[in-house]
Write a protein that binds this ligand. Structure first.
Ligand code: TXA
Ligand code: MG
Length: 346
């Protein structure tokens, strides 16, 4: 059905797929975070992604594929472990690192011998991937896409975040597809299956919404943590996912002490405000402290986390204090992200 009176500023999936086929950049929604996409088989498009993000060229990007994609096209061999996980979790927030097929340009994996593959469940992402695959005369139509943020910064979970992050790029340089708020809110779980033939793995490179326990249960092994020879994951840098405002991750008692201290010393001129994100706001009000209630449900916390950090990062606060969530498996992915955000200020 034709879309009548679609304003020029809202691109359609067809226009976006055409842009990708021409080697351009398209930001698109996924269920985890928004991605900054380019044709995975076009090294110039990959170079454009790196330039826009300000990311080192030796960092690999994930190749996003449509549900009906032929995985064998991208990889040298598909181990049975990959088939099990694909059947269980795709489309969805799981990225698999597999041995890269020789004809796939190494630029997409930062020169490494592997390739990261993910089939997103977001309907707009799927529509884009299907349309792009249809346009490609050769190849399978994979879209290379890191999270659509500047290197080291907070990932975007809404189209407006992407536009704010890349405000220097006009619509000619970056097309942004709308897709509402990302439901999961944090990046996909990454499992490395690229070294199974060397007796290594499966390895959990990045925790996410799909838990290590669930994956391990299906594979009948416990996932190991990355060793020094594991593929590099930029999200695994100690400091990452950081807002600009200094952020500290603190147990509740320490957080309350620091908030009281701040209130006594710094708040009097009204300029030195801090934001304190806690599971239960205290009854007493403190001058210069804004209390923000966090969800006790780790999935809801994850969904809102990056939007909250962006909101708190608008210059109103001199510091952000986050109450440390429980050290439990259900909180592993959230603890990973906020731990790295805090590490940027250690
Ligand atoms: O949820 C997600 O995964 C989002 C959405 C857009 O799909 N993407 C995302 O991309 O988080 P990015 O680039 O911000 O993080 C992807 C991570 C990086 O840390 C990268 O190092 C790792 O995946 N990665 C990609 N390909 C890899 C490979 N061949 N070997 C090892 N790590 C790889
Ligand atoms: Mg990222």
């Amino acid at each position: 059905m034709p879309i009548l009176n679609a304003p020029d500023s809202v691109p359609t999936v067809q226009q976006a797929a055409r842009r990708l086929a021409d080697g351009g950049l398209v930001a698109f929604p996924t269920e985890t975070v928004y991605g900054l996409g380019g044709d995975a088989e076009n090294p110039d498009a990959i170079a454009r992604i790196y330039a826009a993000k300000g990311r080192p060229a030796d960092h690999p990007v994930i190749v996003h594929v449509a549900p009906q994609a032929n995985i064998d096209y991208w990889v040298r061999s598909v181990p049975k472990e990959a088939r099990i996980l694909i059947k269980a979790f795709w489309p969805g927030p799981l990225t698999l690192i597999l041995p890269r097929a020789a004809h796939i340009p190494p630029a997409v994996s930062g020169g490494q011998d592997s390739v990261g593959l993910r089939c997103p469940s977001h309907p707009v992402a799927q529509a884009l991937l299907c349309e792009f695959a249809r346009l490609k005369p050769h190849g399978e139509g994979g879209v290379a896409a890191p999270s659509a943020n500047k290197f080291g910064q907070v990932s975007p979970t809404r189209a407006s975040h992407v536009r704010a992050e890349f405000s220097e790029l006009g619509p000619e340089q970056l097309m942004v597809l709308e897709g509402g708020q990302s439901d999961v809110g944090i990046e996909s779980t990454i499992v490395d299956l690229s070294r199974l033939d060397q007796g290594v793995g499966p390895v959990l490179l990045r925790p996410g919404h799909i838990s290590a326990a669930h994956i391990g249960q299906l594979l009948g092994v416990e996932l190991s943590r990355p060793d020094t020879a594991a593929p590099r994951v930029s999200g695994s840098l100690k400091a990452h996912y950081a807002p600009r405002t200094p952020l500290a991750l603190l147990p509740l008692d320490v957080l309350l002490q620091q908030a009281q201290e701040h209130s006594r010393v710094g708040a009097h001129d009204g300029k030195q405000r801090i934001a304190a994100v806690v599971f239960q706001a205290p009854d007493t009000l403190l001058a210069g402290v804004d209390w923000i209630a966090a969800s006790a449900d780790p999935q809801v916390y994850a969904r809102n986390l990056y939007a909250l950090l962006r909101r708190l990062d608008d210059g109103r606060y001199t510091r952000i204090l986050l109450e440390q969530p429980p050290q439990e498996a259900a909180w592993q992915a959230v603890n990973d992200r906020i731990g790295r955000a805090a590490a940027a200020f250690n």
